[in-house]
Design a protein around this ligand. Structure first.
Ligand code: DSN
Length: 426
């Protein structure tokens, strides 16, 4: 077969783009080379519908070993008693949880997307808002913190079957215990979607949701720094309290219902090459080096937040506990869309983001979300955050000045050349 130079040249171009820029998308990271190596390997050829030891195809003995190692390592990381590593993404993981726990039309209560929540937590544009009756809590207008009183009020009044905690644009830690207390009052389940802060939670840098939340889902590619994918975990197993049974009408433990929801409920063949890469990344997460990395992520985020505040930027909640910050640009007279586009030209990558109580559409937005996991992986430390914020500020304050943007682009490259990305790849 002729080599597909068109695509391989574009992959090379993407490598150079990643090398030359400052990557601040809060949900992105740079995996290790061995994680990428594992992804491009022969398990991609294998059909393995089912689970280790219970597959619908022959020849699964090796992928069984791989998948069992991934499961064992993930359980060890989070002190979980059960894990499913097959979800293709975080959205798939959440879909499987709903399928295992709820009936269509049941009420769910999650953080509003416009307040930092996630599409799969009940947005009307998503299956979660179409098949379930979605209710929302928000953040406090003054403090920018989750409005736990509103959450409790809504929970008591509406009695949702599931309360979802977790966010994609929230910079503070969560009071899981408080959420569990109201869930117990009304007989609801608590799902923690830790896709964003999972790496910090894994190493004890943030509160542990497992003691208080019945089910935990995550992606594997954000702060966990693994391949793109999802997982579901339980620390303690339990019976579905709402009478959901397996397809044969039998009562099963939640672990079993969740397995059935992932396959055959929602997915077909697992991506065993990605599961191999997940296993490799889980091995990395178990090291002390990864603890140092997560501590540095938090230090960098705090240093960056301080530098923004010093330049008069309005951070929602005033700062950050985790790996990201959400900035309301309204006092800087630039929209999120314009900010993202201008920064893109300077090779500083981030995303526009609605801010709580935004008066602009999600296509324009008043804010930007800034995250440090990727630049921390490249080796930037607290002292580098001030210069990075300086470059961002220069662009945002001179968004119409193409010469200025071009000179910032040069400065970005000079800075990032000091932190080589994937030198092994030539
Ligand atoms: N919400 C996306 C993000 O955080 O970038 C992931 O689904």
């Amino acid at each position: 077969m002729q080599r597909d130079t068109l695509i391989f040249n574009l992959i090379r171009k993407e490598l150079e783009r990643q090398r030359n820029g400052i990557e601040l998308i809060a949900s992105e990271n740079f995996t290790s080379v061995q994680v990428m190596e594992a992804m491009g390997t022969v398990p991609t050829n294998k059909y393995a519908e089912g689970y280790p030891g219970k597959r619908y195809y022959g020849g699964c003995e090796v992928v069984d070993e791989i998948e069992n190692i991934a499961i064992d390592r993930l359980k060890q990381i989070f002190r979980a008693s059960w894990a499913n590593v097959q979800p293709h993404s975080g959205a798939q993981a959440n879909t499987a949880v709903f399928l295992a726990c709820l009936k269509p039309g049941d009420k769910i209560l999650g953080l509003d997307l416009s307040m930092g929540g996630h599409l799969t937590h009940g947005s009307p544009a998503n299956f979660s808002g179409k098949y379930y009756q979605a209710l929302f809590y928000g953040v406090d207008r003054e403090t920018g913190l989750v409005d736990y009183e509103q959450l409790e009020r809504t929970a008591r009044a509406e009695k949702p079957k599931m309360i979802i905690c977790g966010a994609s644009a929230y910079s503070r830690d969560w009071d899981y215990k408080r959420i569990r207390a109201v869930a117990d009052e009304i007989g609801a389940l608590v799902l923690a979607d830790i896709a964003h802060p999972a790496g910090l939670i894994a190493k004890g840098v943030l509160n542990d949701p497992f003691d208080h939340c019945h089910i935990v889902t995550s992606t594997t590619h954000k702060t966990l720094r693994g391949p793109r994918g999802g997982v579901i975990m339980l620390r303690n197993d339990f019976e579905n309290p709402f009478g959901i049974k397996d397809p044969k009408g039998n009562t099963r433990l939640m672990s079993s219902l969740l397995d059935l929801a992932v396959f055959p409920g929602m997915q077909g063949g697992p991506l065993e090459h990605v599961i191999a890469a997940k296993a490799v990344s889980f091995g990395e997460i178990l090291t002390d080096e990864f603890l140092q990395y997560q501590k540095q992520v938090q230090l960098n985020a705090q240093a960056m937040a301080k530098a923004f505040v010093a330049r008069g930027y309005n951070l929602i909640s005033g700062g950050t506990d985790n790996h990201l910050m959400l900035i309301d640009l309204r006092n800087k007279n630039i929209t999120g869309k314009k900010a993202q586009e201008s920064l893109d030209k300077a090779h500083i990558t981030l995303n526009k983001n609605s801010v709580p109580f935004d008066d602009k559409s999600p296509f324009i937005t008043s804010g930007i979300r800034v995250g440090v996991p990727a630049i921390t992986t490249r080796g930037l430390k607290e002292a580098n955050m001030e210069p990075v914020v300086d470059l961002i500020d220069k662009v945002l304050m001179n968004a119409e000045d193409e010469n200025m943007i071009s000179s910032v682009k040069q400065e970005v490259k000079t800075l990032m050349d000091l932190f080589p990305l994937y030198p092994e790849l030539g």
